[in-house]
Design a protein around this ligand. Structure first.
Ligand SMILES: Nc1ncnc2c1ncn2[C@@H]1O[C@H](COP(=O)(O)OP(=O)(O)OP(=O)(O)O)[C@@H](O)[C@H]1O
Length: 236
């Protein structure tokens, strides 16, 4: 079966001066429509993992780095940056901590832009998703004219608008009230399921992720080293 995302034997590094942080990902598979939460304390490498999985950072080594049937490890080795960018635009949607919306575009235009990058303009889908997320009335507004919670809903809309196979969500609830965090996680899980998209979430809050049906993949620090290793998620 084609996985939405499959990593095998991937090592990611982050360097600053002489300091090197190393992340070992022996195996990570997101089935189509699967929900996986990468958990771990601050500095254990959650963002590093998401950057490599989302093809935003080059892995140090990668035996397999497969996105919707295409092996991006080969594209990285051959320096095929345009092919990587096209794969990124078509396959991923992003939900970021602060929304990550383009400030001078309305919500509708933010969602249209995501669709245009992958050549999948679909106005009816934008309207339908916005209504499900209860921001249907707000599509003409700029992001600055929204509450933080509404902005996160808009980020989910933008992430799902172009039918990505994987939604990447890096601490999407870090800047909202705990009650709103529950709502956002529930909406993210529910709308991704509806759209058939897998979700790779990074969060400090393993309990909340588990409550919303995410399989947990903890990052375990390697004692005495600036390094972490990913435990394989246990899929329900
Ligand atoms: N640009 C960088 N250059 C060098 N080291 C970095 C860089 N960014 C992060 N690191 C180091 O890499 C490690 C992993 O960072 P990362 O941001 O992936 O962790 P995280 O689990 O997402 O943390 P947080 O929960 O605080 O966002 C940390 O120890 C950090 O100090």
């Amino acid at each position: 079966m084609t996985a939405a995302l499959r990593l095998r034997g991937v090592v990611a590094r982050r360097r600053s001066g002489n300091a090197v942080f190393s992340l070992d990902i022996p195996a990570l598979t997101l089935p189509e429509g699967g929900l996986v939460a990468v958990t771990g304390a601050s500095g254990t490498g959650k963002s590093t993992l998401l950057d490599v999985a989302a093809l935003a950072a080059r892995p140090e080594t990668a035996a397999v780095l497969e996105v919707a049937g295409t092996d991006a490890a080969i594209l990285w080795r051959r320096g095929r940056l345009e092919a990587l960018a096209a794969l990124r635009g078509a396959s991923f949607g992003y939900v970021l901590q602060t929304g990550g919306l383009i400030p001078f575009l309305s919500l509708r235009d933010n969602a249209r832009l995501a669709q245009d990058f992958s050549g999948r303009r679909d106005e009816a889908r934008i309207t339908r998703l916005a209504e499900a997320l209860e921001i249907g009335e707000l599509l003409g507004r700029l992001p600055a004219a929204l509450s933080v919670g509404q902005r996160q809903r808009a980020a989910i809309l933008r992430a799902l608008a172009h039918r990505p196979s994987v939604v990447i969500a890096d601490e999407p609830t870090a800047s909202v009230h705990p009650d709103m965090a529950e709502t956002i996680l529930a909406l993210l899980a529910e709308q991704a399921r509806e759209a058939g998209a897998a979700v790779l979430l990074a969060t400090h809050d393993a309990a909340a992720a588990a409550r919303h049906g995410f399989a947990l993949a903890p990052l375990l620090p390697v004692p005495g080293e600036a390094a972490s290793v990913l435990a394989e998620p246990v899929l329900a």
